[in-house]
Unconditional design. Structure first.
Length: 320
């Protein structure tokens, strides 16, 4: 990908290199490539999103915003929250994130909400250094009904975009070639994320899929500093940060302490969710329950959700 700000590069999923074309050119000419199956090429008609008001960092989706009063999921998740989702390996955390990302990018109501409670559609940044982004993450989001052109893969290149550049096409950041793992335990990266979000108010959510990959620190004190920085970013720019992780606490603890050892996350997370297999082995799917919340008088004793995946690959939500 060219570093020149006046060009975009057509980058298929597998990391093929293509000739740059002038930024803003919307011609339907196909790039001279023969990509392998499963690649996502630049569409003939480029999407247009009027909410991407570059440079106007004051026009945020704030809690007092006239659209939906700042809620992504009414009474559950709000703009500016830090949310933690815990679950064992294979529990389906990434599948759950695909569902949430699809709702945010398409402006689809969250479970139990009516059309008038849908959040305005927005962009999402996804930290995922484990999965094939273009062949696994993006198809899952598309299958869930999301607008994949609003999904940006976190990378140093993305966050190093200068303040005078708007948003390039999301697809050019999906490739796996030459994409190093982004560690947020770095003042440089955190500073770049700050500058990136400051001038791009269309972003509603940042998903950090697997904390052990992107938030690893050498001490609890350093981890606390990183978490505090994320809390600041979330509040400052009214962006919801969602962190997925495996349980790391003693199982004989009480409440959220059963699943989170980190004092930083236990104290700062606005809500903590647990995704697990049902206790009845005959029941398919997964159970999603909330074990901590700052809403509804802080009472986590709310109905759990039973999640199953249909033939169309979408999650079906039913109260457990």
């Amino acid at each position: 990908m060219s570093d020149h700000p006046s060009f975009e590069t057509v980058v298929p999923a597998a990391g093929f290199e293509a000739e740059p074309r002038p930024q803003g050119e919307t011609g339907a000419a196909e790039p001279n490539l023969t990509p392998p199956p499963g690649c996502w090429l630049i569409p003939e008609k480029l999407p247009y999103y009027p909410d991407r008001k570059f440079g106007n960092h004051l026009d945020q989706f704030a809690p007092l915003h006239h659209e939906n009063n700042g809620w992504l999921w009414p009474d559950q998740v709000r703009a500016g929250d830090v949310v933690v989702v815990v679950g064992e390996a294979g529990a389906g955390k990434s599948t759950l994130m695909a569902d949430w990302i699809a709702r945010v990018t398409s402006g689809t109501p969250f479970p139990g909400c009516g059309p008038d409670q849908a959040p305005p559609a927005g962009d999402v940044v996804v930290f995922n250094g484990r999965d094939d982004f273009a062949r696994k993450v993006i198809p899952d989001i598309a299958a869930a009904g999301g607008d994949v052109d609003r999904v940006y893969r976190a990378s140093e290149m993305l966050f190093e975009l200068t303040d005078d550049i708007g948003l390039p096409l999301a697809r050019q950041f999906w490739g796996n070639k030459g994409v190093p793992l982004v560690h947020l335990a770095s003042n440089k990266i955190l500073g770049n994320v700050f500058r990136f979000l400051k001038h791009r108010p269309s972003f509603r959510m940042v998903v950090i899929d697997q904390a052990n990959l992107h938030l690893r620190c050498d001490s609890e004190r350093n981890f606390q500093q990183v978490v505090e920085a994320l809390v600041h970013l979330a509040r400052r720019f009214e962006v919801t940060f969602v962190i997925t992780m495996q349980p790391d606490a003693f199982r004989n603890g009480e409440g959220v302490a059963k699943y989170l050892q980190s004092r930083s996350l236990k104290e700062t997370a606005h809500s903590v969710w647990r995704l697990a297999t049902p206790t009845d082995p005959e029941v398919p799917g997964r159970v999603l329950e909330i074990v901590k919340t700052c809403y509804g008088n802080g009472d986590p004793d709310r109905p759990a959700w039973h999640l199953t995946r249909g033939s169309d690959q979408r999650l079906a939500w039913n109260e457990a």
